[in-house]
Design a protein around this ligand. Structure first.
Ligand SMILES: [Zn+2]
Length: 119
């Protein structure tokens, strides 16, 4: 992949990372105030703990996505960004457009999904 395209994907990844960070901030700060209101008003404590669990799961998901983006940015530096981590083939650009932090080519991803190793 040429430098210009790499730069484009890098920009995309950085933008996505920023979005995720602000989302993370929103979830963590929103969680606090929401829990406080719920603890005061709600008679259904199960609900409040469900929402706390949900925020936690959401936070973990965002953190994982940020990590994946960081890995992709590292791979841009290494020059292995558009290379499938399993078979070493090029990941199609169309796939990277949709998912800039893709690590595997379409075929390998499908294989992993079939084996239940990724979702
Ligand atoms: Zn592959």
């Amino acid at each position: 992949m040429d430098a210009k395209k790499l730069e484009k994907f890098k920009k995309k990844l950085l933008e996505e990372r920023m979005d995720l960070l602000s989302e993370l901030q929103r979830v963590t700060s929103g969680e606090k105030s929401k829990d406080m209101t719920e603890a005061k008003d709600s008679v259904d404590l199960a609900d409040a703990s469900y929402s706390a669990d949900y925020s936690l799961a959401w936070t973990e998901k965002i953190n994982r996505q940020i990590r994946e983006i960081d890995e992709s940015l590292d791979r841009i530096k290494d020059g292995t960004y558009s290379v499938c981590q399993i078979c070493g083939e090029d990941i199609p650009e169309g796939r990277l457009e949709v998912k800039p932090n893709a690590k595997y080519c379409t075929q390998c991803k499908e294989d992993l999904e079939k084996r239940g190793e990724i979702q």
